[in-house]
Ligand binder design. Structure first.
Ligand code: NAD
Length: 306
């Protein structure tokens, strides 16, 4: 297929690399010179505008930082809808707020386009391996038209329902991850201070009722889980900034639906503390250091108790 791609960053670069490897023609655009240089090296035809990227496209993907970027790129005067063929399916794979995602569906449909929100989980490593989980909102028939292209980048594809439901699934999942991560950090530090052997405790918890994905893959005590970011001083991984962004979207969704998400609010406060300390690019399991520093309790209680 002819693929137009806007946003060739940490995720867009490996995702387009896989599309090129699978034999698709990819024309890409990004504002950042390093991003376009890397994409060109990986076989993407880099162009100088959105209009050129979407010219003749069967499918157009956007992979951008936030809702404001997606809205500008998709609905702007020089944007995707103004320039793509009406036969193109437009897919926003960025993680954005649900309201903007639903607005994009409405605007795209009014302009005569088939549109999907299709955020992903799996991170940069999942993008490189082509094993991302796609959470798709929109008409199932539209998904079927582009399934073949998405499959190149995906391990699993879930159709989550109507417009915005892909974002709803993504945001809710990541909110649960954040809470489980905080729970794992508190358990890990408490277990250690109570004199338990960390490796033994982690192993027994994975087969007990304290189990979670965060416990199994991100255990924040060195030397317990090989792949955990604590073993490499929290370099790379899933950044504190990105988890904070996703929690912000979850808090927004909690407010708009009248849902008490105070545990998520508590974790968001802790992440803010890390950002203030200049740690936004470190892996988010660096949350554990707040407990180890002993500075956690006050701000944490404020977050949880409102
Ligand atoms: P990134 O910042 O590395 O990439 C975004 C790219 O968009 C940048 O290269 C930037 O130059 C480009 N861009 C911004 N505005 C633009 C515009 N107007 N026109 C063209 N290009 C523009 O971000 P990322 O890590 O690739 O994440 C992209 C999206 O995927 C985000 O919404 C993020 O929340 C989500 N996501 C990221 C991860 C991850 O682990 N990095 C995992 C899952 C989902």
């Amino acid at each position: 297929m002819n693929v137009g791609w806007i946003g060739l960053g940490h995720m867009g670069d490996p995702m387009t690399t896989n599309l090129v490897k699978a034999g698709h023609q990819v024309k890409g655009f990004d504002l950042s010179e390093p991003a376009t240089a890397a994409a060109a090296e990986h076989g993407v035809t880099v162009v100088g505008s959105i209009a050129e990227a979407v010219d003749g496209a069967d499918v157009v993907f956007t992979m951008l930082p936030a809702g404001s970027h997606a809205k500008a790129v998709i609905t702007g005067d020089d944007g995707v809808l103004a320039n793509a063929p009406k036969t193109a399916v437009v897919i926003d794979s960025s993680t954005i707020d649900i309201d903007t995602a639903r607005e994009l569906h409405t605007t795209a449909e009014a302009a005569g386009f088939a549109f999907l929100d299709a955020p992903v989980s799996g991170g940069v490593s999942g993008a490189a391996a082509g094993t991302l989980t796609f959470m798709v909102g929109g008409e199932p028939e539209i998904l079927e038209r582009v399934r073949e292209v998405i499959e190149v980048m995906a391990g699993r594809i879930f159709h989550c329902g109507g417009p915005g439901n892909g974002q709803a699934a993504k945001i809710t999942n990541n909110m649960m991850l954040a809470i489980c991560l905080q729970a794992t950090c508190e358990g890990a530090v408490l277990a250690e201070r109570l004199g338990l052997d960390s490796a033994t405790f982690q192993q027994l918890a994975t087969v007990s009722s304290g189990d979670s994905w965060a416990l199994r893959t991100w255990y924040p005590i060195p030397g317990v889980v090989e792949t955990a970011a604590v073993n490499r001083d929290f370099a790379d991984g899933f950044s504190t900034a990105l988890l904070r962004k996703d929690l912000g979207l979850a808090l927004q969704a909690g407010e708009s639906t009248g849902t008490d998400v105070s545990f998520a609010a508590g974790v968001a406060k802790r992440l803010d503390t890390l950002v203030e300390r200049g740690l936004s690019e470190r892996d988010c399991s660096i949350l554990v250091t707040l407990l180890q520093d002993g500075v956690d309790s006050e701000s944490a209680r404020k977050g949880v108790d409102g």
